[in-house]
Design a protein around this ligand. Structure first.
Ligand code: F0G
Length: 367
C-alpha cells in the first residue's frame, strides 16, 4: 500500500491525547464508518526494574495485551473487518496460532459476518480457542501445524469466496502500523523497538508506521527494528545471521510460545527488509529464557504477558549481554498478548496453588 500524501489531511496533534487506532483515520485506507471495539491506545509503561536488571536507562513496554481481545491483532482486525464490510463480503477466514482467530471472531461478531478458523489442533492456548468459539466462529483443528493450516485456508478462501484475514491481507498490517504512531505520539522516536516474530507481519507493519511519520516530516529518524524468535521456530534469525533476505523454512517448528510456533512465515521477506533497512537485529531465545522473562515482567513490573510476548524481553536481555544495545539507548519492547491467553502454561511452569483444610491453623501452617 502506497501513501498518497495529497490525500492525507493531518488534522491530529501528536500529543498522546485520545490514543487509539482510529485517531489516525486519515492515514488508514478506509472510507466507511469503522467496525471498532475501541482498540489501540495501549499503555506504554516505563519498566524501571527491568531497566535496572539489564542496565538500560530507558526501557518501555507497550502492552498490546490490553487491547479488547487481549492482543495486538485487534488493530489489524478493526481495519481488516471494516474492509470486508466495505467490499461487501459475507464471511471471513483465517489460519491461526490463536490470537488472530480470537480477534477475527470478535470483530466478525460485531460486524455480523460469518467467521471460519483453522487451528493446529492441540497447539493453541486455551484462552484463545475459548474466545474464537464464544464469539461464534466455526473453529476447525487440523492435525498439522500453522504453516499447513495457512496453506489450506488460503486455497479454501479462494474457492469459497471467504475474505482472508491473515497478515497476507495488507489491511491488517495497515491497522498494526498504528503501534508505531502511538509510540511516537507519546515519547517520540525510540532508538530500538523489539518485537516478537512469528508470521512476521507485525514487525514489518510497525516499521511501516515509523517510516510513514518520517516521510511525512513528523519525525527525523526511524528506530532500529529488532525481531525475536523462539529457538525452535527461528527461520528469520537464521537468515539474518547469514545476511540473507530469504528464509529456509523450518519443517517442524516447536516452542512453548505457541503463538510464534511458525516455521515458514509468510511475511519473512518484509520482516528481513525492515531489519536490514533500519540497521536492526534478529535474535532467538530458548523456552527457558522466555519463561524467565515472563516471570520477571509479571513479578517485578506487574505486567502479565503470554510467553510469545515475553520473547521480546528475553531477546533484549540476550542482546544487551552481547553488547548489541547500549545502556543509554531508549528501547521499546512490544508485548503482544495478555497473560490470561495461556493459563495452562502458567500452571505448568508455576504449579497449582497450595490447597489446605478450611481452618485458620491450616492456612497459618503454609503462610
Ligand atoms: N505475539 C503473539 C502473542 C502472537 O499471537 C503473534 C502471532 C506474534 C507475536 C507474532 O506476530 O505473526 O505478526 O510476527 N500470532 C498469529 C496468530 C500468527 O495466528 O495469532 P507476527
Amino acid at each position: 500500500m502506497k501513501l498518497n500524501l495529497d490525500e492525507i489531511n493531518i488534522d491530529f496533534k501528536l500529543d498522546g491525547e485520545g490514543l487509539r487506532v482510529w485517531k489516525y483515520k486519515c492515514l488508514l485506507p478506509i472510507k466507511i464508518e469503522p467496525i471498532s471495539l475501541n482498540e489501540g491506545g495501549t499503555p506504554l509503561y516505563k519498566a524501571s526494574n527491568l531497566g535496572k536488571e539489564l542496565g538500560i536507562r530507558n526501557i518501555y513496554i507497550k502492552h498490546e495485551g490490553l487491547n479488547p481481545s487481549g492482543s495486538f491483532k485487534d488493530r489489524g482486525m478493526t481495519v481488516g473487518v471494516t474492509k470486508a464490510i466495505e467490499l461487501k463480503k459475507k464471511a471471513v477466514a483465517c489460519a491461526s496460532t490463536g490470537n488472530t482467530s480470537a480477534s477475527m471472531a470478535m470483530y466478525a461478531a460485531k460486524a455480523g459476518l460469518k467467521a471460519y478458523v483453522l487451528l493446529p489442533a492441540g497447539k493453541v492456548a486455551l484462552g484463545k480457542v475459548a474466545q474464537a468459539i464464544m464469539h461464534g466462529a466455526k473453529v476447525i483443528g487440523i492435525k498439522g501445524n500453522f504453516d499447513q493450516a495457512l496453506m489450506i485456508i488460503r486455497k479454501i478462501a479462494l474457492l469459497k469466496n471467504l475474505y482472508l484475514l491473515n497478515s497476507v491481507n495488507p489491511f491488517r498490517l495497515e491497522g498494526q502500523k498504528t503501534i508505531a504512531y502511538e509510540i511516537v505520539d507519546e515519547i517520540g522516536v525510540p532508538d530500538v523497538v523489539v518485537v516478537p516474530v512469528g508470521n512476521a507481519g507485525n514487525i514489518s507493519a510497525i516499521f511501516k508506521g515509523f517510516k510513514e511519520f518520517f516521510k511525512l516530516g513528523l519525525t527525523n529518524s526511524v528506530p532500529r527494528m529488532v525481531g525475536i524468535q523462539a529457538e525452535g521456530a527461528n527461520p528469520i534469525y537464521k537468515a539474518f545471521i547469514k545476511g540473507l533476505s530469504k528464509i529456509e523454512a523450518i519443517k517442524s517448528p516447536e516452542t512453548l510460545a505457541t503463538a510464534i510456533r511458525i516455521g515458514n512465515p509468510v511475511n519473512a521477506k518484509k520482516a528481513l527488509n525492515a531489519i536490514y533497512e533500519s540497521k536492526g537485529l534478529a535474535e532467538c531465545v530458548s523456552d527457558d529464557e522466555i519463561i524467565y522473562a515472563q516471570k520477571f515482567l509479571a513479578s517485578k513490573e506487574g505486567i502479565g504477558v503470554e510467553p510469545a510476548s515475553a520473547a521480546s524481553i528475553a531477546g533484549l536481555k540476550k542482546l544487551v549481554e552481547k553488547g548489541k544495545i547500549d545502556f543509554d539507548e531508549t528501547v521499546v519492547c512490544i508485548t503482544t498478548g495478555h497473560l490470561l491467553k495461556d493459563p495452562e502454561t502458567v500452571v505448568n511452569v508455576c504449579g497449582e496453588p497450595i490447597c489446605v483444610e478450611a481452618s485458620i491453623d491450616a492456612v497459618l501452617d503454609v503462610l
